[in-house]
Write a protein that binds this ligand. Structure first.
Ligand code: VGL
Ligand code: ZN
Length: 226
């Protein structure tokens, strides 16, 4: 059986980390040592993604009118700009990961010297894009180059870590399955915005065959040679 593993590190950016992040995930910084440990393993390719929004992005509460503009609380309906019949209910957030700001930078503790590709996502102001592959619509409005990078290298297995477990990590893992990769999430190397959402996330993983594993379950990756 072919085995060619990739590491995808999702959105380990200042705005998702304490102490100063505008959308700080509790314990977000604490996963970096585990991720650096993973970066020392012989994955065939190591990729870091960045949420990378324009200031007028649709997911920012500040771009909507009251009373339905409370960050973390309000939700809005987004229409697919390419197909108005397709809609999606989505949460509003504080401004975060604005292109060119300190908050959009990968945290400096992350060993980026071992990363071969940085994939930016969420640049299209019209749509939310939690997944590092594409927006959630059937007719995609926005796609990153992540699938192409993985396919060019001949990757079979994608290991997903980073922030946040219940948003971008989740949708990246689910899309990874859709793209045809065997998909793994290293639980200790993720943190959630809302920990109480995790049992539901794990059920969704079970349904599509995503496996949640621990740092000790990577012997196959450690033994990988190209
Ligand atoms: C994320 C909320 C808004 C994430 C991105 O990276 O999980 N969450 N944008
Ligand atoms: Zn975002």
């Amino acid at each position: 059986m072919a085995f060619k593993p990739a590491l995808v590190i999702v959105d380990v950016q200042e705005d998702f980390c304490p102490p100063n992040g505008s959308l700080a995930v509790q314990g977000g910084r604490d996963i970096v040592p585990s991720i650096n440990e993973l970066l020392a393993f012989p994955f065939a390719v190591k990729i870091a993604t960045k949420d990378f929004h324009p200031q007028d992005h649709i997911s920012f509460a500040s771009n909507h009118q009251p009373p339905n503009n409370k960050p973390f609380e309000s939700t809005i309906t987004i229409q697919n700009p390419l197909n108005p019949e397709e809609t999606e209910e989505t949460r509003l957030w504080p401004d975060h990961c604005v292109q060119g700001t300190k908050g959009s930078e990968l945290v400096p503790e992350l060993d980026v010297s071992k990363v071969q590709h940085i994939v930016e996502k969420g640049q299209d102001k019209r749509v939310e894009m939690y997944s590092a592959f594409a927006d959630p619509f059937t007719t995609n409005v926005s796609r990153s180059n992540l699938a192409q990078i993985l396919k060019d290298v001949g990757i079979t297995d994608v290991y997903v870590v980073g922030l946040a477990a219940d948003y971008c990590v989740k949708f990246t893992a689910l899309d990874s399955v859709k793209e045809g990769f065997k998909t793994w999430v290293v639980g200790e190397a993720t943190k959630a915005v809302d920990t109480s959402a995790l049992p539901e996330v794990h059920k969704e993983y079970e349904k599509v065959g995503v496996s949640v594993i621990g740092m000790g379950d990577l012997t196959k990756v450690k033994g990988y040679t190209s």
